[in-house]
Write a protein that binds this ligand. Structure first.
Ligand code: AMP
Ligand code: ZN
Length: 118
């Protein structure tokens, strides 16, 4: 499990070592298109701070984590999915299928999404 900053894929995207299609940047967060999109719009929103999982979020991180959601609403408008609707989801650990251990929101939209998720 890549749970340290040194071997973290999303920290490498933040540093520019790994290329990504970055579509949003703020003081606390960036967003880029998912490399394996599951919907017409599939954007990954990450904090600049390395936090491995939801379980590692501390009270001090609340402003940063909140900024992921304000980024999501801004991006939804820019992507043209705000009115029709979209889903924002953060997976945690194995049962949820988390594969990159730097917290991130998935913003999915552009089609009707099934519920409950698999
Ligand atoms: P999760 O399974 O919730 O940890 O989500 C990780 C997401 O990161 C998956 O949807 C992957 O397709 C996506 N992903 C993995 N590598 C890259 C990459 N280099 N650029 C963009 N998205 C990526
Ligand atoms: Zn990281």
């Amino acid at each position: 499990m890549a749970d340290s900053k040194a071997d973290c894929l999303f920290c490498s995207i933040l540093s520019g070592d790994v290329p990504a299609d970055i579509i949003f940047e703020s003081e606390t967060a960036i967003a880029f298109r998912d490399i394996n999109p599951q919907a017409p719009t599939h954007v990954i929103i990450i904090p600049r701070q390395h936090i491995p999982t939801i379980n590692d979020i501390s009270a001090d991180d609340q402003t940063i984590v909140g900024s992921l959601y304000t980024a999501a609403s801004t991006i939804a408008v820019a992507e043209g999915v705000a009115d029709d609707g979209y889903r924002v989801v953060m997976n945690c650990n194995a049962d949820a299928g988390q594969s990159v251990f730097h917290i991130h929101l998935h913003l999915l939209g552009g089609r009707a999404l099934g519920w409950p998720p698999g």
